[in-house]
Ligand binder design. Structure first.
Ligand code: ADP
Length: 494
């Protein structure tokens, strides 16, 4: 029986005690002795204290990662053996699946049903997928002129710094760790300050999976301190970052000013989701709904500009509002809950601010718009129609359960308006007309285009952004290049 089909509410929030940093295979306090609280977003109460890393701790973690990279057993291990250990980590995640899912829901607030059915399976799949790549990533032999034998090698980039956000803590850890481990890199990971718990638990499981000491180091802390210490460190070879665009710019600046470390960025979006009159309307309503409200609207690829063709607009909006009324907002540990709290008071205030902006800009507030309860950070699923391209709610990333509906008339117009954004992470199209589907898939400038579906992810298929939505592609074979350097070798045969 799969965990997801267990009886209702059987999985309880775990008891968690204070947490330390994980450096060189040891659990240690921060050098400053400082700690910070991680909160339960459903209640606003402290879950526990977590050791707070700063630059001195990051430095120790980098030294451990460097040593593990240069001279530890990791370097000598065969690629196939690395793959076996990554698979073992995936096995341990399966063994501890309910506990990991509960820890994720406790720290992040996402409904347990989503942790069980989305975050955990997708994370496990990422480790298994990259475990398979370990002994399959290789170079070429190249027919150069002259009496030379020339070949390339794909070598690990070295010590990698990884900085992740709070919206999918386990999954973002998996997207970062799996390709880095597969290619033989060593890691210093900083989880988001709001959600450090599952990355720390994963470090424990990695040790149980015989990933050698120093290969994975986890340093919870804040962006401007621990995060900045990673991005500006002279002995980190590459930084992989997921988060806000403005932070991504700081990451790139710091990399440029320090040692020109390689940078990959997965940033925000304002993705167009386009519904044509000839679409299967019920499927499109469900897709539009899921595409925005999944994960409390806290997805970088959320379909946050919903373009609906003029002649079905009113009927479509009516169905959508009816669908929003079915959302169950509440306790993440109740298996009937479909929407949990936002991550923090700060995000909650920011989203409520955007709802006020939408009203004052003249959009029609059709549903929601208020907080739910007085405890925790819950917000009603909110729908605006009559949204215009130049409104702030149509241009800026809200990162919450706020849907913006815009009307359009024809294909050329919607392509032009869909692309009128600095972002380019994702797009979707709902139509039964294959020509229209292909035409839009060709014309929309986005890293992923979904046709008659939304939020489909697979470890084998790349994900990342055009334009200001990022640099590089995670997942799939493409991500291997983020973690490798190509070396060219000439052998004189003369
Ligand atoms: P979000 O809105 O998702 O919190 P952020 O970009 O602020 O987006 O945060 C994503 C990650 O980046 C977090 O782990 C955060 O601590 C980290 N971070 C924030 N500021 C910086 C910075 N100046 N340098 C490096 N990392 C940072």
């Amino acid at each position: 029986m799969s965990t997801a089909s267990k009886p209702k509410n059987i999985i309880k929030a775990p008891k968690v005690s204070n947490q330390k940093l994980f450096i060189n295979g040891k659990w240690v306090n921060s050098i400053s002795g400082k700690t910070f609280a991680t909160l339960n977003p459903a209640t606003g109460q402290e879950i526990c204290q977590v050791a707070e890393a700063d630059s001195a701790d990051v430095d120790l973690a980098v030294k451990a990662a460097r040593k593990a990279f240069e001279s530890g057993p990791w370097k000598k291990m065969s690629a196939a053996e690395r793959g076996r250990r990554i698979n073992k980590l995936a096995d341990l995640m399966e063994k501890n699946l309910p506990e990991l899912a509960a820890l994720e829901s406790l720290d992040n607030g996402k409904p347990l049903r989503d942790s069980l059915n989305a975050d955990l399976p997708l994370s496990i799949k990422a480790y298994r997928y990259y475990a398979g790549w370990c002994d399959k990533t290789h170079g070429k032999t190249i027919p150069v002129e002259g009496e030379y034998f020339c070949y390339t090698k794909h070598e690990p980039v070295g010590v990698v710094g990884q900085i992740i956000p709070w919206n999918f803590p386990l999954l973002m850890t998996a997207w970062k760790w799996a390709p880095a481990l597969a290619t033989g890199c060593t890691i210093v990971l900083k989880p988001a300050e709001q959600t450090p718990l599952t990355a720390l638990r994963m470090a424990e499981l990695a040790q149980e999976a015989d990933i050698p000491d120093g290969v994975i180091n986890v340093v919870p802390g804040f962006g401007p301190t621990a995060g900045a210490a990673i991005t500006s460190h002279m002995d980190i070879d590459k930084v992989a970052f997921t988060g806000e665009g403005s932070t991504g710019q700081l990451v790139m600046q710091a990399a440029a000013k320090s040692n020109l470390k390689r940078v990959s960025l997965e940033l925000g979006g304002k993705s167009p989701n386009v519904v044509f009159a000839d679409a299967d309307l019920d499927a499109a309503v469900e897709g539009a709904y899921f595409g925005l409200f999944f994960n409390q609207g806290q997805c970088c690829c959320a379909g946050s500009r919903l373009f609906v063709e003029e002649n079905i607009h009113d009927a479509f909006v009516e169905k959508l509002v009816a669908r929003a009324k079915k959302q169950r907002v509440g306790d993440p540990f109740d298996m009937a809950t479909t929407q949990g709290p936002q991550i923090s008071q700060e995000q909650c205030d920011r989203i409520m601010g955007y709802i006020d902006v939408g009203v004052s800009e003249g959009a029609n507030l059709l549903s929601g718009g208020k907080r739910v309860g007085s405890k925790g950070y819950f917000i009603q699923p909110t729908i605006f129609s009559g949204v215009k391209d130049n409104m702030r709610i149509a241009k800026e990333e809200i990162f919450g359960p706020v849907m913006n509906i815009l009307k359009f008339k024809d294909v050329d117009e919607v392509v032009q308006r869909g692309n009128k954004t600095f972002y380019g992470l994702a797009a979707a199209i709902w139509t039964k007309d294959i020509t229209k589907a292909h035409r839009l898939a060709n014309s929309l400038r986005a890293g992923t285009v979904w046709v008659n579906c939304y939020d489909v992810f697979d470890a084998a298929a790349p994900f990342g952004g055009f334009k200001m939505s990022g640099i590089g592609r995670e997942l799939g074979e493409y991500a291997l290049s983020l973690y490798t350097e190509v070396k060219t070798v000439y052998i004189n045969l003369g």
